[in-house]
Design a binder for this molecule. Sequence first.
Ligand SMILES: Nc1nc2c(ncn2[C@@H]2O[C@H](COP(=O)(O)OP(=O)(O)OP(=O)(O)O)[C@@H](O)[C@H]2O)c(=O)[nH]1
Length: 380
Amino acid sequence: MANLPAHASPKLAPHPTPPTTRPEGLFADDASQSSSTAAGEQTPALPESLLSPAFTPPATPGGTLNLDLNPTQILHHNQAANLEHPGEHAKAPKLLQQLPKVECIVRARIPTTNGAEMFLHLYLNDMDNKEHLAIVFGNNIRSRSLDRVRPGETEMDRMIRGAYVGKLHPGRVSSWVDDAKPESQSTSQNVEPPLVRIHSECYTGETAWSARCDCGEQLDEAARLMSFPVEDLASDAPPEAQSLRSQSAGGVIIYLRQEGRGIGLGEKLKAYNLQDLGSDTVEANLLLRHPADARSYGLATAMLMDLGCGADVNPEGVRLLTNNPDKVRAIEGPNREVLVKERVPMVPLAWRTGGERGIKSSEIEGYLRTKISKMGHMIQ
Ligand SMILES: Nc1nc2c(ncn2[C@@H]2O[C@H](COP(=O)(O)OP(=O)(O)OP(=O)(O)O)[C@@H](O)[C@H]2O)c(=O)[nH]1
């Protein structure tokens, strides 16, 4: 016990680090983007180019509708405005001219309920105060910012923040050498380009069992495709999964905290009420004076680069699991920092199984119909 570092002492309380606080020194080299607050704290200023439409929701607590007009009039009004100013409510995500800075501050192994293991990576960035995540399957994908040596840190510090190779076990002392299993690192020869999914947060679909959308199903399916080699796939696995080789390079789900296509949960719930009043998903957003899609993907591009999936070290590119054509271009970044070699479609389970499995609801049919007819999704 005498050799343990001070922070291993049970007498010491854990560091009081609120989850969204950036560690001291993070992005410190970016003095040009910082501004001082009255309290003297350094707060990175947001360059104009990084502002996504998600930063400008209407600040009208209690309702955003113009109550002088009824919803149908507002919809017509918005549609007319759209024609006058094309692009104002465009569904296409805003392409950032400059990528945000990201840093992975902690990673941990998560054994999952289906038997596969993944590594959850938590990121901070200089664009918002949210904890965006990367869910990494396989041993070949590592975060460069996590692995970087921090001044003054001990081996225990490194292992606690997840910057180790191999596996942790009681008594391990080196973050660099897994003495229990020296050759545990898998080779990366003959591997397919990694599967990537850029997933936007959906509390209702992923946690609250909502059958209005297929977000929960898509998250599960992405994890399943990245977890197992093709030999272990179920007999009803979709054709696209059959092309995955057992030498899979693993995969990454970038989990972005842009709930409700970037408008936030509260506004999405209002949109649900408008949908029950007869609007489709796009119309409901417009009625609430939001863009049809308020997301941006610069953070995802930056996180993929940090994970070694960028064109600088991975000229083979990635295979992107999506039906959304706008995402492909957006993920590639302003200067094609990430190459999308292939788009892998995500066909709803109900369509693949003739309705035997998957989501059954009248709402999901309208949701998918609107995605195809108004948002250009290619569900095939
Ligand atoms: N505003 C709004 N957002 C929704 C609604 N239903 C789901 N979402 C959000 O939509 C996001 C998922 O995006 P989708 O448009 O379903 O799919 P996508 O990410 O564009 O495309 P895929 O990669 O093919 O899944 C999540 O953030 C959900 O919270 C809705 O009715 N209104």
